[in-house]
Design a protein around this ligand. Sequence first.
Ligand SMILES: [Zn+2]
Length: 266
Amino acid sequence: MSFNTRCPAVKRLLKEAQELSQSAELFYAQPLEDNLFEWHFTIRGPPESDFQGGIYHGRILLPAEYPMKPPSIILLTPNGRFKVNEKICLSISGHHPETWLPSWSIRTALLALIGFMPTMGEGAIGSLDYSCEERKDLALKSINFKCSVCNVSNSEILPELTDKSNEDCAEARELASQIQFKNSKPSEEQKSQPELTRRNVASSSSENSSANLQTNVPPVDNRIQTSTTQANNSTTLTIMIVLSGLFIFLLLRRIYLIVDRDPFSV
Ligand SMILES: [Zn+2]
């Protein structure tokens, strides 16, 4: 697969993929083979929480404007904190004025997600306030979760947890106090997402050009709109050509008749 390395997002994502190629104890993430803008990740539930011992798998969707705009995250493993198969977005925490910073990365987003898991859902859209027992039960089951795309079970992905990850755990808690995760409004995102993703896959396989690496939801959407506009334009053009042809024909006929009747022409 060739990459348009002049595109800042591509350059940045290739660098991050290289940096994250070795699995950390708390998380692992890599792009899909055929789409640099979709990654699959695996995170460990934070220690000393209901998610301790749990391993959770999910998708990260990168916008074409990355790292200027934050990634979206979709959890695939049932966890009792977030609904699965729904897009959750990073947003500004009420306590801190910072929003997503371009210096943050996929690593930052994943650590923030780990740190954010034990926080209260407080009835936000897409969050689940399962009981401690239910979350612990899901944490146990999560180890055997197998992603159909990666085809690896969660327990095989991350190395054993040791004291080495204490610093990462502390960073996760600190980040969680700055970044919040919220589900996107179902009315906008959930309806359009699956269809657009399918179109995205279809267009990737058919075109396979470097420009197509920017296959993300907004550009694909734009492309669809553009092609509709182009179709409308060509219809208008055809009508214009037919009408002007008719006009020219009538004009020539008129001139011919005038010339024919001209008394001086004989
Ligand atoms: Zn996967």
